[in-house]
Design a protein around this ligand. Structure first.
Ligand SMILES: Cc1ncc(COP(=O)(O)O)c(C=O)c1O
Length: 445
């Protein structure tokens, strides 16, 4: 690493408290980014095959977003939430159109994904007068106190130390990990999962349940595709008991799954939609909650006890308008459909070819390969919550070869920027193939 890079890394190691890690560990300083790539201080190029944290949907330094930010910065960087501003008004309208203006009416802008969920939870409680929030074990909803409590994976434990009332978890189906076959066992799995959820709701007292909060497609816990009919069934349970359904679209939104929002892949509509990441592709942080007409009307009659200094931040909304217009004007939907075919063909090949790949899951450009030690028993490369050497080794080997992505105990996420080209896919996917061949030898039975 050159001197400048070394110094940046050293200061980071010395001063930064690192997300979800012990402080002071090794860190790679990054100098610049463009398109699907970023570069370290030695000039080494990395293909961003996870869109950073599945947020850079339109890649890095897209001129249209950068120029919109510059233009807005020259005019007015920020105006307080009580005032109207052009980018905020415009983005709100664009988002309502994307969700469906027949059903959705208003937006609360937040700073990112966690506080979007946090505020959706508060609104659900105000609207229903009920307390409990149901959410899935296999989920992540953010790191603020309420969003953490709603999250299912281990990242909620610190938030639970002080105790926060009203959060109830249920086990959402994961067909492969639960020993089933997607496309074969869906009906039976859906029936059992919905019956269990119905019973659990009754045990908790359906009159106490404000909302069921779910990622439309579970992202950071492994791109888990629900069995057919499951999301529609959860919606039906919500209707049966007067419970609100909140879809967390923070990761799945903005054409990651090929649609504006992940729930649009199913035959159901949530009451609230939370979003962040792809709305600005991370150029400036922004999140929010889109509410349906009933909730919108409720807050015309009742004071909404939610607010943030930077709600509808002017610069962030300007980035959002530019990103949303880019999705529309450049037919990102059509491009994702084409690139999906290439990615899914490759991923299916990996299942055929490698001992260490048990399943491929992909919707749009939202993909994960399930990594196993033994294909027959489906023994994961690492058990949930148990450290191991297999997955860190795979991620390190990929990074060495300029393939940047992340994952967890038993999956590799493949979620490139939605603007990735066929040539770029064909150049970088073979690197993954090469590393999986080495992993077969090293770790598989
Ligand atoms: C589904 C989902 N919800 C919420 C969040 C939290 O968003 P943020 O980190 O912007 O607060 C994330 C972050 O990865 C996420 O994947």
């Amino acid at each position: 690493m050159n001197l400048e890079g070394k110094e940046i890394a050293q200061k980071h190691q010395k001063y930064i408290l690192q997300s979800w890690s012990k402080a002071g560990g090794e860190v790679l300083p990054i100098e610049k980014a463009k398109g699907i790539y970023f570069w370290d201080y030695d000039g080494k190029k990395y293909a961003d095959m996870a869109s950073l944290l599945v947020c850079s949907n339109l890649g890095h330094e897209l001129p249209e977003i950068v120029e919109a930010i510059k233009k807005q910065a020259n005019q007015m960087c920020f105006m307080a939430p009580a005032y109207a501003s052009e980018p905020k008004s415009e983005l709100a309208e664009l988002l309502i159109e994307a969700a469906g203006a027949d059903d959705y009416s208003r937006v609360l802008f937040t700073n990112a994904g966690a506080d979007a969920n946090e505020n959706a939870i508060k609104m659900a409680r105000m609207f229903t007068g009920r307390n409990k929030i149901f959410s899935c074990y296999r989920s992540y909803h953010g790191a603020t106190l309420g969003a953490s409590n709603a999250s299912g994976d281990w990242r909620r434990f610190a938030a639970e130390l002080g105790g926060a009332g009203g959060f109830v978890k249920f086990m959402n189906p994961h067909m492969y990990r639960d020993g089933f076959h997607k496309g074969v066992d869906d009906a039976a799995v859906t029936k059992k999962a919905l019956a269990d959820l119905d019973l659990q709701l009754r045990y908790e007292g359906t009159q106490n349940v404000a909302a069921i909060l779910m990622e439309s497609i579970v992202g950071a816990n492994g791109v888990i595709l629900p069995p057919d009919g499951y999301m529609e069934g959860v919606r039906a349970l919500c209707d049966k008991y007067g419970i609100l359904m909140i879809c967390d679209e923070v990761m799945a939104g903005f054409f990651r799954t090929g649609k504006w929002f992940g729930w649009q892949n199913f035959d159901m509509k949530p009451d609230m939609i939370t979003f962040a990441k792809g709305v600005t592709c991370g150029y400036v942080p922004l999140g929010g909650v889109i509410v349906n007409k009933a909730i919108g009307a409720y807050f015309e009659e009742n004071v909404m006890q939610c607010g943030l200094t930077y709600s509808g931040h002017t610069l962030a909304c300007a980035a959002g308008v530019a990103a949303v217009n880019y999705y529309k004007e450049h037919n990102i939907k059509g491009h994702v459909e084409k690139m999906h075919k290439i990615l899914v063909t490759f991923m299916d090949e990996m299942v055929e070819k490698h001992k260490c790949i048990g399943e491929a899951r992909c919707i749009g450009l939202f993909g994960a390969l399930e990594v196993v030690k033994n294909k027959e028993t489906r023994e994961p490369m690492q058990e949930y919550g148990v450290p191991g050497e297999g997955m860190p080794w795979i991620f390190a080997e990929l990074k060495k070869r300029g393939f940047a992505t992340f994952g967890r105990e038993n999956f590799i996420e493949i979620c490139p920027p939605l603007i990735i080209t066929e040539d770029e896919l064909n150049e970088y996917l073979p690197i993954l193939d090469e590393v999986l061949t080495l992993a077969d030898e090293k770790f598989c039975k």
